[in-house]
Write a protein that binds this ligand. Structure first.
Ligand SMILES: [Zn+2]
Length: 68
């Protein structure tokens, strides 16, 4: 992170320039990368698993309803 005032390099954890005490702009956060697995976003996997569980659970309910 270079100081916008004097151009000196500062460590990323510095909030003010060590040379001129200028407040440094916060380093840009790394671009958020959508967490995905095997090319599909995680929410899609969650939806698939939920769908699978619901389907399986529903079949179990049909085969052996509780309290029967
Ligand atoms: Zn500076």
């Amino acid at each position: 992170m270079d100081c916008p005032n004097c151009g000196k390099w500062n460590p990323d954890d510095k909030t003010v320039c060590w040379r001129c005490q200028t407040v440094l702009p916060k380093p840009q956060p790394k671009k958020k990368r959508a967490a995905n697995f095997l090319g599909l976003p995680m929410w899609m996997w969650v939806a698939l698993v939920l769908f699978f569980v619901m389907t399986t659970f529903g079949q179990c309910m049909l085969v052996a309803p509780p309290g029967a």
